[in-house]
Design a protein around this ligand. Structure first.
Ligand code: ZN
Length: 284
């Protein structure tokens, strides 16, 4: 299933993306929770009703709604750095023996097709195509072999980065946390439709030109290694979002380095998930 958070004139709510459009879960079953984290919290009880709704005819055309970030306000947005060999090589850094974690501010979470802002304070705006895992169960100390059980689903993400702000201090958080810089979506695809999350083609395009082209099989620490490791430190909760790393081909590593400018269009595609796309606009 492909679960969406969407907005139309009747407000923001959750639904399913199906071939014919969007199934409105409120119409399918008025008793279902109205937001994605609420749905995850009650998933065992409501899963059957949601699966039945997936066979309904669409209530709305996809063009009639605005797709929002599937989880609009996660409790945490975690991200791993230096996690594809080719990206480590292009960054000139040694291969980490420890997982390198940072956070993105939850306020950077952004809808999948809305414009991304070129900050007032920097022209060094960059893209990073990433598979994003969404946690579905409250958990701590998850063994790697059981980590798949706590994943609610996957989406595409762009770990938009302000490179000079990322590296002017040892901590990357500010350069990773500008408003609009964590677009995710267009929906959460449930694991049954993904199969092996470590066998997905992942690509980034700028103005139609392919800049990143890899596969999640090249992750240094795979998604389940990541969940096992971070859950040793912190409780993960439904709706928490994990950016799982970017392959080679980011703008900063091009020769010459090539950063995003106003008017550019970024597109992040992942097999079995789909694509998110954003125009770069000057920060108002
Ligand atoms: Zn990243």
């Amino acid at each position: 299933m492909k679960l969406v958070t969407f907005t139309d004139t009747a407000g923001t709510r959750i639904g399913l993306a199906v071939d014919s459009g969007i199934v409105d879960l409120k119409k399918a079953d008025p008793d279902l929770p109205r937001d994605m984290i609420g749905l995850m919290n009650q998933w065992q009880a409501v899963r059957g009703a949601v699966e039945r709704a997936a066979s309904r005819k669409a209530d709305l055309a996809q063009s009639a709604v605005k797709l929002e970030a599937p989880v609009q306000r996660p409790g945490k947005v975690l991200a791993i750095g230096l996690n594809y060999a080719d990206h480590i090589a292009e960054s000139g850094q040694p291969t980490p023996t420890e997982q390198v974690w940072f956070t993105k501010a939850v306020t950077s979470i952004h809808a999948p097709f809305e414009p991304v802002q070129l900050p007032k304070v920097s022209p060094l705006l960059d893209y990073e195509a990433e598979l994003v895992a969404v946690i579905g169960k409250r958990c701590k100390h998850v063994p790697k072999e059981k980590a798949h059980e706590v994943v609610f689903g996957y989406c595409a993400g762009n770990d938009v980065t302000v490179r000079d702000w990322q590296f002017k201090t040892p901590q990357w958080v500010l350069g990773k946390s500008f408003d609009t810089h964590a677009p995710i979506g267009p929906w959460i695809v449930t694991p049954d439709e993904i199969g092996d999350p470590h066998a997905l083609g992942i690509r980034a395009f700028v103005n139609g030109e392919k800049r990143q082209d890899s596969n999640t099989k090249h992750l240094v620490f795979n998604v389940f290694d990541q969940i096992a490791h971070i859950s040793k430190a912190m409780t993960l909760e439904p709706g928490d979002v994990i950016f799982t790393g970017t392959p080679g081909g980011v703008g900063a590593a091009l020769k010459p380095p090539t950063f995003l400018k106003a008017g550019d269009v970024t597109r992040i595609e992942i097999d079995k998930i789909g694509a998110i796309e954003a125009t770069v606009v000057a920060e108002p």
